[in-house]
Ligand binder design. Structure first.
Ligand code: GLU
Length: 294
């Protein structure tokens, strides 16, 4: 019996079918939940409805099931949870403020570059909209340099100690976009808390978002989960393997091979498995040895 009730999750965006890159994250989160005798929940992250592809959510769920990975509880769908995000926003009070700046205005202000490569927000609308300016987005105020909470530190179970200065590396970030959709950062924090998620296992492309999410968890009174970011599968040209750059859907005629490739990328040797049962036994043993409870 593990000492704490582990809840993990996999949270794909339905912008296309499951591919080899997203399978790596799905498999890692699933293995981690199983070796901790925990629950594994699926969540459909369709909060950015401009990217939703009809039928992709059902397709992803069916593909995961064909690979033996099924949610241990109801599948949460973000587009149905806007009232929850609004409630969280309300609890942030004046820490969240309307901003009227366009992308171009922010780029032109040249105060610096955020860790994700975007122009750092100069704080123009922190103290109210200038006369004649219309609210476009809603931003969250981050602590000033040197203020409590400005440096966010956490231990990543794969990558080790991490630290990010919110003011210098992120800036006041968007909670609600100009098109009205809630931002991923807010939705993911509310959903992880409301699903009781204790452990987040996901791709390293989200490492940079983690400090923002930990900061929001603190403001909303939520516990901070443990984090494990797995390496990202790259394509031949060294880009993230993703739907945006044309990753193929998985070949479900070869489910064992698809699982073995994802496991190999995670450093798990499952080559000796003859069938899926054998695969799961080897993959679980390998993951247990590296990340299992001791
Ligand atoms: N929906 C995100 C994606 O598909 C994952 C978010 C997360 O795991 O926190 O990239």
């Amino acid at each position: 019996m593990s000492c704490h009730a582990y809840v993990g999750r996999f949270a794909p965006s339905p912008s296309g079918p499951l591919h080899a890159g997203s399978l790596v994250a799905a498999l890692a989160s699933y293995l981690d939940a199983r070796v901790h005798a925990g629950r594994w929940l699926l969540r459909i992250e369709d909060i950015d409805e401009t990217r939703t592809v009809q039928g992709a959510a059902q397709d992803i769920i069916a593909t995961l099931a064909a690979l033996d990975m099924r949610s241990d509880g109801p599948v949460l769908v973000q587009s149905q949870r806007k009232a929850r995000y609004q409630l969280a926003r309300d609890r942030l009070g004046a820490l969240a403020y309307p901003c009227g700046c366009s992308r171009k205005e922010i780029a032109d202000s040249r105060v610096g570059t955020a860790s994700d490569g975007a122009a750092l927000y100069p704080g123009t609308c922190r103290h109210g909209l200038a006369p004649g300016k219309q609210a476009r987005t809603l931003r969250l105020r981050v602590p000033d340099p040197g203020q409590a909470g400005e440096l966010v530190q956490f231990e990543d179970r794969w990558l080790g100690p991490q630290a990010q200065h919110l003011a210098a590396e992120v800036g006041d970030f968007v909670l609600q976009r100009a098109d009205g959709f809630w931002a991923y950062q807010l939705a993911v924090v509310v959903d992880d808390a409301e699903q009781g998620v204790t452990d987040i296992v996901r791709g390293a492309d989200l490492l940079d978002s983690t400090a923002r999410q930990i900061y929001l968890q603190g403001l909303l009174g939520y516990p901070t989960p443990r984090y494990l970011h797995v390496p990202l599968l790259m394509n031949e040209t060294g880009e993230k393997f993703s739907k945006q750059n044309g990753a193929q859907a998985l070949d479900l005629n070869q489910p064992l091979q698809a699982l073995q490739q994802a496991a190999a990328f995670l450093g798990l040797d499952t080559g000796a498995a003859r069938d899926r049962e054998g695969f799961w036994a080897l993959a679980l043993t390998g993951w247990q040895a590296r990340f299992g409870p001791r």
